[in-house]
Design a protein around this ligand. Structure first.
Ligand code: C2G
Length: 708
């Protein structure tokens, strides 16, 4: 019965340490010790659960500050008393049979590996179905196991390590695992791999504020990779080892550096290191590689940076042309990048967009209308996918049309309420005003732990988001609460405009009978009944396809008609991302689908009661001080799994949480009582979220952003 030493460096991952330790506590194989390493071990112990502090199998070891993970693992190796060592990172966790399986199957081999799984759940433990413990043997192809570039999830004989005097190189922040694993692989012929022994790697951390090593900047990764490569890539290395390293270097060049070199000013930083490493590559390795790569390698080897820079620019030009020939979409992008972006900026040109060109609405609309009246020296262009009547008859362009790209490149000002496409290249002379589209209730961007939207994952989502927010020069904050959240969740360091929302100006300035009945008249909404507006949000995990979400109507409209049809009519307003059509047969003259109605602010004005859920609409609606009901039938799932909220729905909302149709019917029947009951909370809510909306928001924003 052998002792296993689990070595767990815990620097910067304090948040997850208890989960890692719990996964060890539950192990079927109990003869282990855990070496937890941290540079401030007392601070770490304060967050570790008592049960581990009281159990002497867990050893907490202080390390010097400012050492890299390789050095911490070396300290672990010195201290380990086990017959085997096993590296577990403190932000990951393992299945409860992992030590047992690895131990049972290592036999006479010096090393064995388990399987890796990525997860972005913070605590869940996957249930592993019982099955044959399939073992696969890696021999000539053992370097394939290093696709993860990692030393985690191997059970390794301690004697074997000691006999080789094997340690991690300590000078590299990233890639140090290879300095341990490559020499080790030289000394073994076969590595068994267990399919059933599962190690969970956490995804979904914030790649901007708290990057994992793998997510380090290219400025860190590239020199480290060159250094590790140079150290290991000797002539006595086996053919497999040499091939692994050469391919790693070439792939890194192709996948990461080539993209970086689109901006040719970055080349200088990497060039010397690149030359040194590329010179060591076996020329035969290039035989089956493409022509462009071969040419690049030749140019790098000649060590003339100016020649290489020219070649790199030319290659990017060729790639753009090649893409431009193959599709109309890329042809437009080619014009955008290579032609329009080289034309002068037009200083008086403002490009507006609301909800990706789907509507003439939201704060961009109100900023525009203010400018139309007060700034005659500007030219305005609206991004509109469908023809639409807009005051002042501005030029409109369809999103992703050639003209769209033209204006995207030439407008001095960009005003939008949602993210621009990733390919938007922000020019230095441009001013980008992001109005955003709501006070956040659901966790946003950098604050999200999990991402359950289709077609992306937490890391990619956050990186893309950060790429976007870096382009924002101005961001509007509707209230102090949002300003604080936006700074953090959007990684936003530019000018925050504490002005309230331009889209809410109308709620202060035109909350009068005349406007309301005029709006009702032009929209053919009966004026003799009261109006209930139902405006729910979208669900990340219910969708037809990327960007097209489903909505399952849970509100019983037939029952509502039965009960309150004499007094009320209902306006149904789906979120702009929802693509479901709602069936309203039998509900004529009672329920109206206003999902296509451009401006929700006008719907607010027309309605007497709002029903919503986790949508930011209630923060705006509260400006009107009219009753709000929350139809939160799926709050558990929504709050727990999908997003998480910034405020406590139970105690901070200006109205009741209603879980079923009975509650809804009841609340509507007794709306005056509900209003009375929530009066005080409503006032507090109003103070906190609506007090910046003073009817002059558009004016303040325009004064701050545009030339006098
Ligand atoms: N909206 C609408 N109709 C709905 C829901 C929302 O017109 N049925 C509009 C409102 O202007 C609302 C905005 O879209 O303020 C944002 O909607 P949310 O439901 O809050 O959802 P989301 O688009 O995810 O934005 O910081 C805000 C958050 O990012 C929420």
């Amino acid at each position: 019965n052998n002792l296993i030493s689990v070595i767990t460096p815990a620097e910067k991952n304090e948040k997850y340490i208890n989960i890692a330790l719990e996964s060890l506590k539950n192990q079927k194989y109990t003869n282990f010790e855990v070496l937890v390493l941290h540079s401030d071990i007392d601070a770490l112990k304060r967050v570790v659960n008592d049960e581990y502090l009281d159990d002497d199998r867990y050893r907490f070891i202080n390390t010097p500050a400012d050492i890299y993970v390789g050095a911490a693992r070396n300290i672990g190796l010195e201290e380990a008393k086990g017959d085997y060592v096993y590296f577990l990172d403190s932000d990951d966790y393992v299945s409860e049979n992992i030590l047992q399986l690895l131990h049972d199957n290592i036999g006479e081999f010096p090393i064995i590996r388990g399987r890796m799984k990525s997860t972005d759940f913070s605590t869940s433990f996957a249930i592993i179905l019982p099955g044959t413990n399939k073992i696969k043997m890696y021999s000539d192809n053992r370097h394939d196991l290093l696709r993860t570039e990692s030393s985690i999830n191997y059970l390794i004989s301690k004697k074997f390590i000691d006999s080789m005097n094997l340690r991690f190189s300590e000078q590299f922040k990233t890639y140090s695992d290879l300095t341990f694993m490559i020499p080790l692989m030289e000394e073994v012929e076969v590595i068994p791999y267990s399919y059933e022994a599962i190690y969970f790697r956490r995804r979904g951390n914030d790649p901007i504020n708290n990057p994992s090593l793998r997510q380090s900047s290219l400025k860190q990764l590239a020199p480290d990779l060159f250094g590790v490569y140079n150290q290991l890539r000797t002539d006595d290395l086996s053919e497999e080892g040499q091939k692994y390293l050469d391919d790693k270097l070439l792939n890194f060049y192709r996948k990461r550096l080539v993209t970086e070199f689109k901006d040719d000013t970055t080349i200088g930083y990497y060039f010397a290191g690149l030359v040194e490493s590329i010179n060591k590559i076996d020329p035969d390795r290039l035989n089956n590689k493409d022509f462009i790569l071969k040419n690049d390698v030749k140019a790098i080897k000649s060590n003339k940076i100016n020649n290489f820079r020219k070649l790199s620019n030319f290659n990017h030009f060729l790639r753009d042309i090649k893409n431009g020939i193959t599709s109309r979409k890329s042809r437009k992008e080619l014009f955008y990048k290579r032609v329009f972006n080289n034309l002068d900026i037009k200083d008086n040109l403002v490009l507006f967009e609301s909800f990706q060109g789907k509507a003439y609405s939201d704060s961009p609309k109100y900023i525009y209308e203010y400018m139309l009246k007060n700034k005659s020296n500007y030219k305005f262009v609206w991004i509109m996918n469908e023809p639409s009547k807009i005051p002042g008859n501005p030029e409109t362009v369809k999103r992703f049309s050639l003209k769209y790209y033209y204006y995207l490149a030439r407008a001095k000002y960009i005003v939008s309420n949602v993210r621009m496409p990733n390919k938007y290249i922000k020019r230095n002379e441009q001013s980008y005003l992001q109005t955003w589209h709501g006070t956040p209730l659901k966790r946003l961007a950098g604050d999200m732990d999990n991402v359950h939207m289709p077609g992306t994952n937490a890391e990619r989502y956050k990186k893309n988001f950060n790429h976007e927010t870096n382009k924002w020069d101005y961001l509007i904050a509707p209230n102090q609460y949002s300003a604080e959240i936006f700074r953090r969740a959007f990684w936003f360091n530019n000018t925050m405009l504490p002005t309230g929302y331009p889209r809410n100006d109308i709620l202060t300035n035109q909350n009068d009978e005349e406007t309301i009945s005029r709006l009702k008249r032009i929209n053919h909404i009966p004026t003799n009944k009261k109006v209930i507006l139902y405006a729910p949000t979208w669900r990340d995990d219910e969708y037809f396809k990327v960007g097209k979400y489903k909505f399952n109507l849970k509100l019983d409209l037939h029952r509502l008609k039965e009960q309150s049809g004499d007094e009320y009519i209902v306006l149904l307003r789906m979120h702009y991302l929802v693509a479901s059509n709602i069936d309203l047969t039998g509900l004529e003259d009672f329920a109206y689908d206003v999902s296509k109605y451009s401006d929700i602010s006008e719907l607010y004005l027309m309605s007497d009661i709002l029903i919503t859920d986790y949508s930011s609409v209630f923060f705006d609606y509260a400006n009107l001080k009219r009753p709000i009901l929350f139809f939160t039938y799926d709050i558990k799932k929504y709050q727990g799994q999908l997003r998480g909220f910034y405020i406590d729905m139970e105690t901070e909302l200006p109205g009741p949480l209603l879980m079923n149709n009975d509650d809804i019917m009841n609340a509507i029947e007794n709306i005056d009582e509900v209003t009375k009951k929530y009066k005080e909370r409503y006032n507090e809510f109003y103070e906190r979220f609506c007090s910046w909306d003073d009817g002059r928001s558009s004016e303040k924003v325009v004064d701050a952003v545009f030339e006098k």
